[in-house]
Design a protein around this ligand. Structure first.
Ligand SMILES: Nc1ncnc2c1ncn2[C@@H]1O[C@H](COP(=O)(O)OP(=O)(O)OP(=O)(O)O)[C@@H](O)[C@H]1O
Length: 312
């Protein structure tokens, strides 16, 4: 697959504080690559360095188009984390102004703007000034601004934050469409369910360092171990001592047993003691959300893996 963006060994410090180090990943044509991590992990700093809003202390950033040449800046789209458009300007005027800055033909931009406003339930808002829009509407207009010029590479910093579920679906569909049509997409998010549904690959960052990098399938296979939820009145100590149990979580009337990697659930179930009270039992894989929480809270789901050693 064509690499459109390569980030190599990026490092950045603010005063004495190292905020990101050794960050390396690629984004390919037609893929959705997610960068995720807890608050303060370094996602926006990484993106701002890529966008040239600040300069890295170490490492390099390389944009490459499918024709082998560097992607010119005007072929990149960017939705910054800080939302905000000029307030007393009409929606169409701002979209055309931003398209013009990207050297995009104005007649095409006008047609695309009207199409997208319709698609995002903002039909007729082209003549309204930005200050009259709700927060979500403003976010939609800013999203349109980031794609109006048909970018080859699109970078979206927290595109879903503050959106209602219907608008989230609209954004999701459009982002998928863009990827299907060949746009390389890098998005940051901490909404795991959305990332799990959409991303082809992901890069998880924690305290400025890589903890996971790979395809969604690889990540699930590697980290999404099985967990077994048992409803019943049982002694947590007995459950904790069962084979292949990494750790347990005791809730009211039920216990979740997090199992080791590579456990075969059929065989594991066969060796449960007969005196265990089972009112209900469920086996499923941990979600990306749980993997994320474990990493963010330094629990031991990844204890066998040292951060940064997982994928090249
Ligand atoms: N301009 C700056 N000066 C000093 N420290 C900064 C600056 N920008 C970011 N930081 C620090 O860098 C760290 C990473 O911040 P960053 O905004 O990249 O995190 P993030 O992963 O995007 O977080 P969030 O999900 O909360 O937006 C934080 O500790 C933050 O305080």
């Amino acid at each position: 697959m064509d690499k459109m963006l390569s980030v190599s060994n990026l490092g950045k410090a603010f005063k004495d504080k190292q905020v990101i180090s050794n960050i390396s990943f690629d984004v390919h044509k037609g893929e959705i690559m997610a960068i995720l991590g807890p608050n303060g992990a370094g996602k926006s700093t990484t993106i701002r360095n890529i966008m040239g809003i600040m300069y890295p202390d170490e490492g390099s950033i390389h944009f490459q188009s499918t024709n082998g040449k560097e992607i010119p800046r005007h072929r990149i789209g960017y939705l910054p984390e800080e939302r905000g458009l000029y307030k007393n300007v009409k929606v169409m005027d701002i979209l055309l102004y931003l398209a013009d800055l990207k050297d995009y033909p104005l007649d095409k931009a006008r047609t695309r703007a009207l199409e997208y406003l319709k698609k995002f339930d903002l039909e007729g808002k082209d003549k309204v000034s930005v200050e009259e829009l709700s927060k979500g509407m403003g976010q939609k207009v800013q999203f349109i601004a980031s794609i109006i010029h048909e970018p080859e590479l699109l970078i979206l910093d927290e595109p879903f934050s503050g959106l209602d579920p219907v608008s989230q679906e609209l954004f999701k569909d459009e982002i998928r469409n863009l990827a299907k049509n060949g746009t390389a997409i890098l998005l940051s998010s901490h909404q795991m369910n959305l990332v799990e549904e959409m991303a082809d690959r992901l890069f998880m960052i924690h305290r400025g360092k890589k903890v996971i990098y790979g395809t969604m399938d690889d990540v699930k296979l590697e980290y999404a171990n099985f967990k077994c939820t048992i409803h019943g009145n049982n002694d947590p100590k007995q459950l904790e001592l069962l084979p292949d149990v990494q750790r347990i979580e005791v809730n009211e009337g039920s216990t979740i047993l997090y199992l080791d990697k590579d456990v075969n659930p059929n065989q594991w179930l066969k060796q449960l003691p007969e005196d265990l009270q089972i009112l209900e039992l469920k086996i499923n894989r941990v979600s990306l959300h749980e993997i994320f929480i474990d990493i963010a809270s330094d629990k031991n789901l990844l204890q066998e893996k040292k951060a940064g050693e997982v994928y090249a």
